[in-house]
Structure formats: structure tokens, C-alpha cells
Design a protein around this ligand. Structure first.
Ligand SMILES: NC(=O)c1ccc[n+]([C@@H]2O[C@H](COP(=O)([O-])OP(=O)(O)OC[C@H]3O[C@@H](n4cnc5c(N)ncnc54)[C@H](O)[C@@H]3O)[C@@H](O)[C@H]2O)c1
Ligand SMILES: [Zn+2]
Length: 470
């Protein structure tokens, strides 16, 4: 390099004096410059490659594309919002008003941290909670292009050799086939996984469930860090250790319990979440209110407009309240042998509706399908109807919940549902024991529930019929 520099200085000294000689020297100068540039390029590539190998820089995204599609394309507006968010935060790591909820499990308690800008702090938080040398970020094709780079940088800065693997977004891809493709990518990484590796789930509930299942089964189980990005994942799926993929025979039929080491909720990323998805997350919040906390139902009603408008402070408050409810239920009954089943309120009929009207394994794509939160909303309306007919819940309380769901842009009626078909699916659900259906129904008023396993077919058909009424 120094020799090259010396040549260049000499050349500029001679060119003004001798024409022919000047031409020759000019050519030499051009050639020298080219060699310098080439050498600089080769040297830079070498330095970057070494840093990646040493885990000091994130590797480029390894994109998983079973359908061969181009997953780089993200909505331009989302990219703009994400850039704005990055600019606002400046990638800064100053804690603002971090909220912390602990899941008090006897053998391995873990923290759920909630703050704006937490994405940039995932690295040190993961290192503290899980240790290890390599981190595999699992994300989807919507969330990855927005947030994987920031997350990967934080992990690399914290000392992890970091790799990003991604799969096409959406419930139809929550399958074993996706898991298998992810394993192919993970084992092909320049730093292969070891028992100390960490899997980081960056995305909505689908990503969380898939990443959790990968973490539970990779080398018989490695540490999991959940970084949820949808409201539903924030308040529900990222907490509690249930991981699963779907099967054509039904939802979540293949899975494992595998608790995360830490859950990092960055409230800022909700700015890029579709409003429809925001409402779906709110459905699970209504569920939490109905099963445990009447004041949450009132609060949701009072703050509905602000929440739907994306008010950051209200959303933080909402997430903290809901995560606290979920954490308490999980701590009480980690493996769902008893009261954790209360979290299934609205899901018995909801899952069956999702199986027939939702976007599930094998379905073609978008279109007029119901999302998980939509189905849960309808399931809650149906369950409330059964509770009212059993005189477990006053009719005005059921109407109150319906009004709230409606204010939150959630469906409360659905015509054309086939009662016998839904019943058949419900009997195959993994929560049905020997074909006996277990219903979680409000007990006395909003804020408390009980499990009932003597709900009759007639009551179920009546509730499905009620969903079809004006
Ligand atoms: N494990 C559990 O305890 C548990 C609990 C509840 C639900 N779930 C599961 O969660 C899934 C539903 O989760 P979901 O509603 O988050 O669905 P999802 O993961 O499909 O996310 C919804 C959509 O929003 C996109 N997205 C997510 N975050 C984003 C962001 N910040 N910006 C832009 N786009 C974003 C996703 O790419 C996806 O297209 C279902 O499969 C359900 O079974 C699991
Ligand atoms: Zn749910």
C-alpha cells in the first residue's frame, strides 16, 4: 500500500514536464489507482468476513424461501415508518420507562421487559439471560426486513455470532415443513449451532410458536428468547412456553412446552403493525379481562379509541396489565393441568371456526379469511351466550362484552357456520378429553370463569345459531 502511494506522488511530479513520458506515466497512474482500489476492496471483504466469523458483525440474512418467492418486498410505507422509528430512537439504548413483569416459575423464573426501543437492547439482555456464543434469529418475511437488522446488530455487539433465518409470513406456514427448512438453514450456518446456542423468535405469534418449537427441539433443546412484534404476541403467545405448529388435522397439534429465558417487548414496533392485527391482539386482552379482571374490561372500553389509534402510553399500559395476568396464570399452572385452561375462554368454538373459516395449513392465501383474534372474538360471544342461557352470566354483561368487541373492530356475528361440522372439529381438538368438550364459561359476572364439561350439543348449536342472528 505504501509503495503504491509513493508511485502516485512521483507520477504527479513528472507529468507537467515531458509529453510522451507524461502519457506513459498517466497510464501508470490509472493502473496504479485501479490496483489500489482492487486491493482495498479485497482487504475490506477479508476484514468483514473475519468479523462475521468472529461473531462481531451480523451475517447477511439467510432467507428461506420454500416457494421461491421474493421476500425482500415490504410495503414502502412500513419501511418509511420503521426508518422514522430508527431515527427517533437513534438506535439508542437509554432506558425510558421500562416495565418488568416476572413469570414466577419455581425452577426457572424469567422476566418480561416492556419498553420502547428494546429491540436495540436484545443483545445484552439475551447474553445476561441465556449466555452462549451463537444466536439464530427466526423471523418472517414481513418482520425480518423491518427489524432483523437492528436485532442482529445488538446481538452481534453483545458477542454473538448471529444468523437470521426467515420464512414466509402467515398461519399457513406454521408447519413442520417450515421447521424442517429452518433446520436446514441453521445447520448450514458458518457457525453451526451448539447446546449453548440461542434461538431468538422475532415476530408475531406464528413466528413465536415456530421459533419456540425449533428451540425446544434443536439439539434436544436450546435457550429461547422471545422478541414479539404483534400485539397478540406481546400480550399472549410470547409468554408461557407453549410452542406448536399446525397439522392438516388441526391447529397447534404438534408442539412442546418450552419456556423462554426472557421476553423483550418493544412497544415501538407496533407502529408498523396492521390495524386489523392490532384488533386481533385486543381480542386476547378482552379475554384476559373476562377471565380475571373486570376493571380491565372497563379500562379497555374507556381507552378503545386511543388504543386503536396507536397511543404509545396506553399500549404500554395495556401490554403490562395483560402480561401480568398471563404471567400469573402460567405461574399458577405451567402445564395446564387446571386453571391455565381458563386462557382457552373463547377458543373452544373459536378454534373450530378458525379451522373452517380461517387461513390455515394448505389454504391458498389471503382473501376473506378470519384471523385468530377474529375467531376468538366470535368464540367469546358464543361462550357468553351459553353462559347466559345457563344463567351463569347476566344478559347485560354479555351485551357489554359484545359492545366492547365491536368497538375494537372485532366481529361479533358470523352467518353460514355449519354447526355439526364445527362440533366434529371441536371433538378432535386436543383439549377435548375422550371427545368430551370442556368449556370455559363466565361464572357470575365478567372477571371470573369456571370450566364446564357438560355443555350439550343443543347448547352449542344454539350458540352457533346466535352468531348468525342480526
Ligand atoms: N403459544 C401460545 O401460547 C399462543 C397464544 C395465542 C396465540 N398463539 C398463536 O399465535 C398466532 C397468531 O399470532 P399473530 O396474530 O401475531 O399472527 P402473525 O404472527 O401471523 O402476525 C400477524 C401478521 O402481522 C405481521 N407482523 C407482526 N408484527 C409486525 C410488525 N411489528 N410490523 C408489521 N407487521 C408485523 C406478521 O408478519 C403477520 O403477517 C396463531 O398461530 C396462534 O395459534 C399462540
Ligand atoms: Zn388465542
Amino acid at each position: 500500500m505504501t509503495t503504491m502511494g509513493f508511485d502516485i506522488v512521483c507520477v504527479s511530479a513528472f507529468t507537467a514536464e515531458d509529453g510522451a513520458m507524461g502519457m506513459l506515466l498517466k497510464q501508470q497512474l490509472m493502473f496504479g489507482l485501479l490496483v489500489v482500489l482492487l486491493a482495498a476492496y479485497v482487504w475490506l471483504r477479508h476484514v468483514v468476513a473475519r468479523k462475521i466469523r468472529a461473531g462481531k458483525m451480523p451475517d447477511r440474512h439467510v432467507r428461506l424461501s420454500p416457494d421461491g418467492g421474493d421476500h425482500e418486498q415490504v410495503d414502502g410505507e412500513l419501511v418509511r415508518q420503521m426508518r422514522q422509528y430508527k431515527a427517533d430512537e437513534g438506535g439508542g439504548c437509554e432506558p425510558t420507562t421500562m416495565r418488568r413483569v416476572c413469570v414466577e416459575l419455581p425452577d426457572r423464573p424469567y422476566d418480561i421487559l416492556i419498553d420502547r426501543g428494546l429491540l436495540w437492547r436484545v443483545g445484552p439482555l439475551a447474553m445476561e439471560a441465556a449466555g452462549g456464543r451463537s444466536a439464530f434469529i427466526i423471523t418472517d418475511t414481513n418482520v425480518g426486513p423491518l427489524y432483523a437488522e437492528a436485532t442482529a446488530k445488538g446481538l452481534a455487539d453483545a458477542g454473538y455470532a448471529t444468523f437470521v433465518v426467515s420464512f414466509p409470513a402467515g398461519e399457513p406456514n406454521k408447519t413442520l415443513a417450515t421447521v424442517s427448512c429452518l433446520f436446514d438453514q441453521i445447520f448450514a450456518a458458518p457457525t453451526p449451532p451448539d447446546r449453548e446456542s440461542v434461538v431468538v423468535g422475532l415476530g408475531g405469534g406464528v413466528v413465536g410458536d415456530v421459533a419456540g418449537f425449533v428451540a425446544a427441539t434443536l439439539l434436544r433443546g436450546v435457550a429461547l428468547v422471545q422478541v414479539p412484534t404483534s400485539l397478540l404476541a406481546d400480550v399472549d403467545s410470547s409468554v408461557g412456553g407453549k410452542t406448536a405448529v399446525d397439522h392438516p388435522a388441526g391447529k397447534n397439534l404438534i408442539g412442546a412446552f418450552h419456556q423462554p429465558r426472557i421476553v423483550c417487548i418493544d412497544t415501538g414496533v407496533l407502529a408498523t403493525l396492521d390495524k386489523l392485527e392490532l384488533s386481533c391482539g385486543l381480542a386476547e386482552c378482552v379475554k384476559h379481562g373476562v377471565i380475571r379482571d373486570e376493571s380491565l374490561v372497563t379500562w379497555l372500553d374507556q381507552n378503545a379509541d386511543a388504543l386503536l389509534g396507536g397511543d404509545a402510553d396506553r399500549l404500554t399500559e395495556l401490554i403490562a396489565r395483560n402480561v401480568a395476568i398471563k404471567a400469573a396464570v402460567v405461574a399458577e399452572d405451567e402445564r395446564e393441568t387446571g386453571r391455565r385452561a381458563h386462557l382457552n375462554f373463547g377458543h373452544t368454538i373459536g378454534h373450530a371456526i378458525e379451522a373452517v373459516a380461517g387461513l390455515t395449513v394448505g389454504s391458498a392465501g389471503e382473501g376473506d379469511y378470519l384471523r385468530h383474534g377474529h375467531c376468538v372474538a366470535l368464540g367469546m360471544v358464543a361462550a357468553d351466550h351459553i353462559a347466559v342461557s345457563r344463567r351463569l352470566l347476566p344478559a347485560d354483561q354479555a351485551e357489554r362484552v359484545e359492545r366492547l368487541l365491536s368497538r375494537l373492530n372485532l366481529p361479533i356475528r358470523r352467518a353460514g357456520l355449519d354447526g355439526p361440522e364445527l362440533l366434529r372439529i371441536m371433538r378432535h381438538d386436543k383439549k377435548a378429553r375422550g371427545g368430551v368438550l370442556r368449556f370455559v364459561l363466565p361464572a357470575g359476572s365478567v372477571g371470573a370463569v369456571e370450566i364446564q364439561d357438560d355443555v350439550t350439543e343443543e347448547e352449542i348449536f344454539a350458540a352457533i345459531g346466535y352468531l348468525a342472528t342480526g
